[in-house]
Design a protein around this ligand. Structure first.
Ligand SMILES: NC(=O)c1ccc[n+]([C@@H]2O[C@H](COP(=O)([O-])OP(=O)(O)OC[C@H]3O[C@@H](n4cnc5c(N)ncnc54)[C@H](O)[C@@H]3O)[C@@H](O)[C@H]2O)c1
Length: 275
């Protein structure tokens, strides 16, 4: 979507961090923007600071009806939606041996169902108008994994897989897709994940695992500007850090080695699930 002027963006998790950075960057690019967050006060503060091009909305992305209400509010305010950033997310560090099932449910409901609900709700609209773009926020944790991030990376790998399939599904429908895979970004992810955790997901484990030092990360606005570039240029993988290259290469090499070992030991077999 090359021309963003006066187009409409809906950004979830935009009251803070990366979503706020995306909201500010798309507004600077001339878009009107719905700043949506479960923390309505934070959404209102960001929208007020952006100015008349922005409105605030409360949304709980883990709830389909709430995301549908967000779509309706965006259409009421601006008459169309062109860019949807399914960005809201939460983090828990937990070893799988110790995690409570409520920890799993919290991360899956927000990080995975949040994206599912955004796609389910907005995709038909974008396909019908023959123009639009969806950005799903995954993480470097959607490309590589390791403890104590097993629960988190489970959800983020799923977001990458969903996005790859979506890219192919909508390729001829005028709808672009990107998956955002940042490394460390200076946000409120760790504290906010506990602040907005609903009672139904509590109590989980005692969250004693060391958390990533997000304060040492890059600025959220820089990530937002990368998102704007990707939307304009229809880029799929949005990478913000290159310092994970070796680990990604190791992971891919070990998959290819397993394929080669299979062929060497059992001969060539076929039966494609995915073409
Ligand atoms: N900060 C990092 O280093 C980093 C790295 C890779 C990926 N990410 C991902 O970036 C996304 C944004 O996180 P961030 O780092 O900006 O954290 P953040 O906490 O600063 O911002 C996330 C926002 O999402 C909101 N939110 C949480 N649950 C919600 C829900 N159910 N419905 C609607 N809004 C909800 C929070 O209130 C918060 O304002 C997340 O998906 C996160 O997993 C972050």
């Amino acid at each position: 979507m090359e021309n963003l002027q006066d187009k409409v963006a809906v950004i979830t998790g935009a009251g803070s961090g990366i979503g706020e950075g995306i909201a500010r960057a798309v507004a600077a690019a001339g878009m009107r923007v719905v700043v949506a967050d479960i923390d309505e006060g934070k959404a209102q503060a960001v929208a007020a600071d952006i100015g008349s091009a922005a409105i605030a909305a409360r949304v709980d992305v883990s709830d389909l009806a709430s995301v549908e209400a967000l779509r309706d509010a965006a259409l009421d305010a601006f008459g169309a939606v062109h860019l949807v950033c399914n960005n809201a997310g939460v983090w828990i560090g937990a070893m799988m041996a110790e995690a409570d099932i409520k920890d799993w449910r919290y991360l899956i409901d927000v990080n995975l169902y949040g994206v599912v609900h955004g796609v389910k709700t907005f995709l038909p609209l974008l396909i019908e108008q023959g123009e639009g773009h969806i950005v799903n926020t995954a993480s470097m944790g959607g490309l590589i994994s390791g403890p104590p991030e097993g629960l988190y990376t489970t959800t983020k790998f799923a977001v990458v897989g969903l996005s790859e399939a979506l890219l192919m599904e909508v390729a001829d429908k005028g709808v672009g897709v990107s998956v955002l895979c940042p490394g460390l970004v200076d946000t409120n992810l760790i504290s906010q994940s506990f602040a907005v955790r609903a009672d139904e997901y509590d109590p989980g484990i005692n969250h004693e695992q060391p958390a990533p030092d997000t304060a040492s990360g890059i600025a959220p606005l820089a990530v937002g500007e990368r998102v704007v570039d990707a939307v304009r240029e229809n880029g799929f993988y949005i990478i913000t850090h290159d310092d994970y290259r070796d680990i990604i290469a190791m992971r891919h090499d070990s998959i290819l080695s397993a394929l080669d070992e299979h062929t060497a030991r059992y001969g060539s077999t076929s039966g494609r699930e995915v073409s």
